[in-house]
Design a protein around this ligand. Structure first.
Ligand SMILES: Cc1cc2nc3c(=O)[nH]c(=O)nc-3n(C[C@H](O)[C@H](O)[C@H](O)COP(=O)(O)OP(=O)(O)OC[C@H]3O[C@@H](n4cnc5c(N)ncnc54)[C@H](O)[C@@H]3O)c2cc1C
Length: 411
């Protein structure tokens, strides 16, 4: 899909409310990525005062292309960012599956497939430019204490501060979720695969195509956008939970190197070398977060922290953008009353999350378990069955979707 034409607001213009401040004006957000930056933008527009704390020393701009579609395209339009997203959109024609000799055995042309792809790093940078909030880099919340009037927040480095509300937008392994809801083992479901994304030499991939090579339970890929010098390598392998610390990057490199040491596709070693040398290499389990409630008193969660659907959903950015918009909007509509707003946010966002967490077919497509499964996948691709199925799903969705509310502050 092409994004809706933006003729409403000039890019990056933030118009804070001129009314009286709402209840619960001071809001701390943990995590400066897609969910946290979008949330801060909308909170500021509704008259709240957001502050973001980000553990990394700067914005994390790694990752492949992510999709902006449906309601997330509407949110981007309402942020005035559509022209910039169009300018920066990845120039990719589709996916192709190759054999060990590098010959394409099947292709899916994804042009006109109902979304705009943009490199994750470009999107994060764009959202940052559009966000008028204090951002504290290189720090993390170490403790929170809630009372009737607010939350006292201690940081690893900065002095403690008071906020009215605290929102966790700090990803699948959310620190705030651990502090306010309990250990992550209660919420993360392992989905039998690991994912890695890292930089790659563009010469290794076909221009404007995502090239993928499979052996049973493994996939090596290269994402080569026509308008980016830097390509992205990505890797998926099937495995039960591995005993490792999700923050130990040396361990990530070792596990990834070992998993792909046996591969026969010629570019694999070069792709591995460049990905392993990338300081922002992303390596994580294909996990999903499932929670009965996304709030606890004055604390709430958004994005992967609340409902990670995993990169295999292709919907992480979409869910984060729409969820952040709705959370800010419900707070505005309730004039800052967090009890009302958090309950409504949960009710309106949950159906979309439940749908996008159904990732079984996507994983089967990208990483067939057996050689036979790969042949069936390639045959289905050649018959365009997947393209037709995608078009039918989009048609149903367009005709059943409820319009995204245009939130305003309660009087
Ligand atoms: C480097 C990177 C690369 C990625 N690449 C891809 C990709 O190629 N394809 C894909 O589908 N998805 C990718 N993802 C995941 C994708 O961004 C999310 O699924 C989705 O967009 C939801 O975004 P989010 O803002 O909820 O979470 P995330 O994008 O995961 O962001 C969480 C943010 O919180 C920060 N954070 C973590 N711990 C703390 C803490 N203790 N205190 C403060 N801040 C903290 C992180 O540094 C990060 O900036 C990537 C994520 C990262 C971080």
């Amino acid at each position: 899909m092409l994004l809706p034409h933006n003729h409403l607001e000039p890019a990056f213009q933030i118009q804070p409310s001129v009314e009286e401040p709402p209840m619960n004006e001071r809001i701390l957000i943990s995590g400066a990525s897609i969910a946290g930056l979008t949330l801060a933008h909308w909170l500021a527009r509704h008259g709240f005062r957001p502050t973001i704390v980000e553990r990394a020393p700067r914005l994390r701009t790694g990752g492949n292309g992510v999709d902006i579609r449906d309601d997330s395209a509407t949110v981007i339009e309402r942020m005035g960012l559509t022209p910039r997203v169009r300018e920066l959109a990845a120039d990719v024609h589709g996916m192709k599956f190759v054999d060990a000799a590098g010959r394409a055995v099947a292709r899916i042309d994804t042009r006109g497939a109902g979304s705009v792809e943009i490199m994750r790093g470009d999107l994060v940078a764009l959202l940052h430019e559009a966000t008028d909030a204090e951002i504290i880099f290189g720090d993390s919340i170490s403790a929170i204490e809630q009372d009737d009037d607010g939350v006292t927040v201690a940081f690893e480095h900065a002095p403690a501060r008071r906020f009215d509300l605290v929102i966790g937008a700090d990803g699948m392994h959310s620190n705030l979720r651990r502090l306010a809801f309990g250990p992550e083992e209660r919420f993360i479901r392992h989905k039998d695969h690991y994912f890695a994304f890292g930089n790659a030499d563009a010469a290794l991939g076909e221009d404007r195509w995502v090239t993928m090579f499979n052996t049973p339970g493994k996939m090596t890929g290269i994402y080569r956008s026509g308008n980016h010098d830097q390509a992205k390598a990505y890797f998926i392998f099937r495995s039960g939970p591995l005993d490792h610390d999700h923050r130990d990057t040396a361990e990530h490199r070792r596990l990834l190197g070992e998993a792909f040491a046996d591969q026969t596709w010629a570019p694999t070693q070069a792709l591995l070398d460049s990905a392993l040398a990338d300081p922002d290499l992303y390596f994580d389990a294909l996990g999903q977060v499932h929670m009965d409630s996304w709030s606890n008193g004055r604390v709430a969660l958004v994005g992967d922290a609340a409902w990670c659907a995993s990169p295999a959903s292709g919907a992480g950015a979409e869910l984060a953008i729409v969820g952040a918009y709705r959370l800010a909007g419900e707070l505005a509509a309730a004039n800052g009353d967090h009890q009302v707003a958090f309950a409504r946010y949960d009710a309106v966002q949950r159906p979309l999350v439940d749908k996008k967490q159904q990732i079984g077919p996507n994983v089967g497509l990208m990483v067939p378990k057996t050689g036979g499964g790969r042949c069936v996948r390639d045959a289905l691709v050649r018959l365009s069955v997947m393209k037709v199925a995608g078009a039918v799903e989009r048609h149903i969705q367009t005709h059943t979707a409820r319009p995204l509310p245009d939130y305003h502050r309660a009087a």
